[in-house]
Design a protein around this ligand. Structure first.
Ligand code: PNS
Length: 175
């Protein structure tokens, strides 16, 4: 472990995830992150083994569009190990959102594995606004597919893209 005299205020943090699709809960965490770090790098997982509703390019494009007016938020796709991605980008901090106790075990495991893979990497957990603690990408897709309203759950662009993806009518989910 290094005793680095620079503070988090001088660094950027990576916010990794699948973002299939990005929800208002993710947006909330990203904006909270910008209060702590001058730059947030949103890292979108490209995982050929996992079927997603939106392609990697679509997920990256949607998030870039949502934050197009905020130059302190960058968006990139990544594949392979997060520990390698952060190392190659010279980033030492990873932000993850914690919604409930049920998230904790998986997040704890992942943080410790990343620490093992890259001892310089620190994981910071942030709580979203209480109104988003129930929210997940999977639930958004399910609610939308079954004809429920998602207006308050996702950015307007995501609602539009969901409509395009489902051609205006519910269909079975691909993930
Ligand atoms: O939004 P998600 O699906 O909860 O995000 C999970 C993510 C992308 C952060 C995680 O799956 C990840 O970092 N994958 C990259 C592969 C990796 O580094 N695995 C070892 C760490 S456990």
């Amino acid at each position: 472990m290094k005793n680095d005299s620079s503070t988090s205020k001088e660094k950027r943090a990576v916010y990794p995830g699948s973002f299939d699709p990005i929800t208002n809960g993710h947006v909330d965490i990203i904006l909270r992150g910008t209060q702590l770090f001058p730059q947030i790098l949103v890292a979108v997982l490209e995982n050929p083994k996992k079927a997603t509703l939106f392609s990697t390019d679509e997920r990256v494009a949607i998030i870039r569009n949502i934050f197009k007016d905020l130059p302190n938020i960058e968006v990139e796709a990544f594949h392979g190990l997060l520990a390698d991605f952060t190392r190659s980008h010279g980033v030492q901090a990873v932000i993850r959102g914690l919604r409930a106790v049920s998230d904790f075990e998986y997040e704890f495991q992942m943080a410790l594995m990343n620490q093992q893979l890259n001892p310089d990497l620190e994981t910071l957990f942030m709580m979203p606004s209480a109104r988003y603690t129930f929210l997940s990408s999977s639930l958004v897709k399910e609610v939308f597919a079954l004809g429920g309203p998602v207006r308050d759950l996702v950015p307007a662009l995501v609602e539009q893209k969901l409509r395009e993806k489902f051609h205006g009518k519910p269909k079975s989910l691909s993930s």
